[in-house]
Write a protein that binds this ligand. Structure first.
Ligand SMILES: [Fe+2]
Ligand SMILES: [Fe+2]
Length: 143
């Protein structure tokens, strides 16, 4: 199948240099891709909602796990990062509720893209900050 603009591909530039975090990010991206695929494939609403629930559950788990690691590494912006996770989780929940309340698949598609945008923005803007912090700590670039 041809790669569509709806799909985010994992690439090394998304790596934070921590295997367990990269793994969860990769998994998360594939969940968002699956969700968007089910939306553009015009799956029924129950399927779309099941995928959203799964994504939200995994996001919550990932955020908690990441926060634990940040605290363990004594990352100075752990509190601020935790706040952005809470905001992101609230935004996810809001977008998902909007999807639930709508019966128009066109709206779902826009919302699905919005979820993806929020996710990628957090990864590129916030998670990359701790990658840089860890690099400085170890004094070399990458793992
Ligand atoms: Fe994060
Ligand atoms: Fe993350």
């Amino acid at each position: 199948m041809e790669k569509s603009e709806w799909e985010i591909a994992w690439s090394d530039c998304l790596s934070v240099g921590v295997a367990e975090m990269d793994e969860e990010h990769r998994q998360f991206i594939s969940r968002v891709n699956d969700l968007n695929k089910s939306i553009i494939g015009s799956e029924d609403k129950a399927t779309v909602e099941r995928m959203m629930d799964l994504m939200l559950m995994e996001a919550t788990h990932h955020f908690r796990h990441e926060q634990e690691l940040l605290a363990r590494w004594k990352y100075p912006d752990t509190a601020a990062h935790t706040t952005t996770h809470a905001q992101l989780a609230a935004q996810f929940a809001r977008v998902m509720k909007e999807i639930e309340e709508s019966d128009i698949s066109f709206v779902w598609a826009l919302k699905g893209l919005r979820l993806k945008q929020l996710l990628v923005e957090h990864l590129l803007k916030e998670d990359m900050k701790y990658r840089d912090f860890l690099r400085e700590q170890t004094g070399h670039a990458g793992q």
